[in-house]
Every structure is written in C-alpha cells, then in structure tokens.
Ligand binder design. Structure first.
Ligand code: ZN
Length: 399
C-alpha cells in the first residue's frame, strides 16, 4: 500500500454577524464589478484595435484603481483582486484555445448578480488568515481583509497547512473553502474483500453483497419542490420583486439539492472504502450513452416519477458526484477502483451466465429462465459487475 499526499479542500459554514454578512456581500459585489470592468477593457481593446490585453497589464492597473477608490475597491485584499483578474485571464485563455481549434466560441461573458459567487485569497496570511484567533477556547475564526474575524463552523479537523482560502455564497449562506496541499493519505487496513456496484434510481448504489446505500427519496422530494419553484419563477416578470424572490428560492433549493447529493455520496463512498479493497463500478460514460439510446434505465418509483424530467437529471447527476467522491476517497485510502462496461449485466444470470431479456421479470425481480436462480435484480447486476471487474483485473495482471 503506498502513501501519497494529496491536494484536498475543506468546506465550512461561516457564521458572520449581520455587519460581516453585509461586508461579505460588498466584497463579492466589488470583485464582480472588477471582473466585469476588466472584461469590458479587454473586449474594447480587442474589438477596436485587435489588441490583446494581458493579465500583467490589468494587474499593473490595480494600484491606481485602489488609490482612486479607497472606500470601495481599496478596502479589499490586493491578492484576492489579482485572483479575480487571473480568473478572467483563464476565461480568455480558454476562449483563444477554442478559437485556435477552429471553433467559434462565445466571448467571455459579463457576470450578472448570482453568477459570481466566489472570492479567492490565493495565499493564507496574505489579506486573510485561517484560524486567526487560535487562543479562543471554543470557536474557530478566519480573518478576511475588510471583513474582520468571521466565525467558522469547523466540524472537522484540518490536517495540514492551508494554502488558499475562498469564500463562497450559496443562497443565504456563506462558506469558507480551504485548499490544502499534502494532506496525508489515510491508508486503511486491507479487508481482503471486493465489491461490485449497481447504480440505480431507487437506491443510489446496490452492492453485490445486497446492501443498498443512500436512498435518494429526500433528494427526490427536494427535486419536486425545485421543479415547482422553477415553474413559479417562469411565471414571474424579469426584474420584478416577485421574480427576485422566486429566483432566490430556486437558488436556495438548488443549493439544498447539491448539499443532500454530496452528503449521500460521501456517506456511501465512505462505507465502501472502509469495507472493501477492490471496488468495481459501471463506467458512467458508457451508462449515459447506452441508456439514452435504448431507454433501459430503471423505472423510477411513484414518488420519483412526478416531475420526472428534472428528477431524472438530478439523480443522474448524483452518480457523477458519487463516483468523483468515491475516486477521491479510494485514492487517499489506497483502494483499487475498476470501471467496467455494464452491457448485459442486468440481463445476465450471476449464477449460470445465461443472458436473456426474459430473466428480468420486473424492475426489481430477476429469475433466470435457464437455472431458476432468483435474486433482486440490482444485486444480480452488481454481482455481474464485480465479476467483470475481477476478470479485467486478472487480464491486466496476466499481461
Ligand atoms: Zn441462471
């Protein structure tokens, strides 16, 4: 088992005072204005004279912008403003890459309200300080230039040195995101066990041992509320007061769906990485391709069927999030992850290998027409997935 330090981020809820919350909003607002002004500058220069303005030019002007506006832009960290200009620079770099590739991409866009939610301080100690009041007996604080010492709801330890600090707004909440380098890998003891995973709708994951992880019913309920809120938003006038409220509700529900999804993914991935050395899952790229072509996706339950379009996409996105979280945890724990082509795994008998559509009696029931083997359809599929993964592994070792 090898041990490697990995880069990892930690997200904590902020508990700003009312005054600090107003300052955070002002900070975000000014960084957005800076971004948009810098974008305007680049657009004008490019369109009028074909001149490309570079990051260095814009960063050089920051000094004057700050001096001219001491109560506005001058309040914030020079380095966080540079980070915002670098973010724009990246957007332009991506734009020019696409132009070079012969495509006609859209010009980088102005960021409207709600489309610019993050400010980054690129180095701890430079305009920001993690754990700024270490002598405090009970609470953790982060100091942000122009905002003050903001209380952090730190629900877990940060095991290494903080590199960058970001603040993000999600609906009415504020989060601090710490990015840390060389987080020591938490290598887990070997268990000698391998598992196959079937990804579904009724359960996020069913294992070859018959366990079901993360029932996304709560997520489906939020998704239903989100669909209703989106319909309400569609009926309002742009820019009206009612429209603003409806948009805020949609944003808050989106944030809740994201949190629930991430929470479920973390719990499921943690349990798997703790219990198994080798984890085999379906290759999601192939799943997405074949599913849209043949429509063989699991029939969702009654609860899930309502507003099924949005629901479906939310649950689908859940698999992607889950697999990312799982890959991350598996890597730091030294576990082996194998992706297999899921073709045929739901129709094939895991006992005798007989493959027929008729084996699948209902969505949940599997009964082999050749040997009579009966099982939950998802568990049967998960067993086939495990077998396919172990075969791949043997083949790779033999080669
Ligand atoms: Zn059979």
């Amino acid at each position: 088992m090898w041990e490697v330090g990995v880069r990892r981020s930690f997200t904590f809820l902020l508990r700003p005072t009312a005054k600090q919350a107003a300052a955070l909003a002002a900070c975000l607002h000014d960084h957005r204005e800076l971004y948009n002004a810098a974008l305007e500058h680049r657009r004008t220069a490019y369109r009028r004279a074909g001149v490309t303005v570079r990051y260095g030019d814009q960063s050089g002007e920051l000094k004057h912008i700050r001096a001219d506006d001491p109560d506005g832009q001058g309040r914030w960290s020079f380095s966080s403003q540079q980070a915002t200009l670098r973010r724009l620079d990246k957007a332009f770099a991506a734009f020019f890459t696409r132009v070079k590739a012969g495509r006609t991409p859209g010009f980088p866009r102005f960021k409207g309200r709600g489309w610019f939610d993050t400010v980054e301080w690129p180095r701890d100690g430079d305009g920001c300080r993690w754990d700024s009041q270490p002598e405090h007996p009970a609470a953790t604080y982060v100091r942000l230039q122009g905002i003050g010492h903001v209380r952090v709801h730190q629900h877990r330890r940060v095991p290494s040195t903080v590199k960058t600090i970001s603040v993000k707004r999600e609906g009415a909440r504020w989060y601090v995101i710490l990015s840390c380098d060389d987080v020591p890998a938490e290598t887990l003891p070997a268990t000698g066990a391998a598992v196959g995973l079937d990804m579904g709708v009724a359960s996020l994951v069913t294992t070859s041992d018959g366990e079901r992880l993360d029932n996304p019913r709560r997520l489906a309920a939020s998704a239903g509320r989100l669909a209703t809120a989106q319909q309400a938003l569609a009926r309002t006038k742009r820019g009206s007061k009612r429209g603003g409220k409806a948009a805020a509700r949609v944003a808050a529900l989106h944030a809740r769906v994201r949190r629930q999804r991430l929470d479920g993914a973390h719990k499921a991935a943690f349990a798997l990485v703790r219990d198994y050395d080798v984890i085999v899952h379906e290759d999601l790229r192939i799943v997405n391709m074949t599913r849209s072509a043949s429509g063989t996706i699991a029939q969702p339950g009654r609860n899930v069927a309502q507003k099924s379009g949005l629901n479906r996409s939310i649950l689908d996105a859940g698999w992607g999030v889950f697999l990312r979280v799982l890959a991350h945890k598996a890597e730091s724990a030294g576990r082996e992850l194998i992706a297999v082509n899921p073709a045929g795994t739901s129709r094939t008998c895991s006992r005798c290998g007989h493959c027929a559509k008729e084996n699948r009696v209902t969505q949940a029931e599997f009964r082999c027409q050749a040997c009579g083997h009966e099982a939950h359809a998802d568990v049967n599929a998960a067993k086939n997935i495990l077998r396919a993964g172990l075969a791949l592994r043997d083949a790779a070792e033999a080669a």
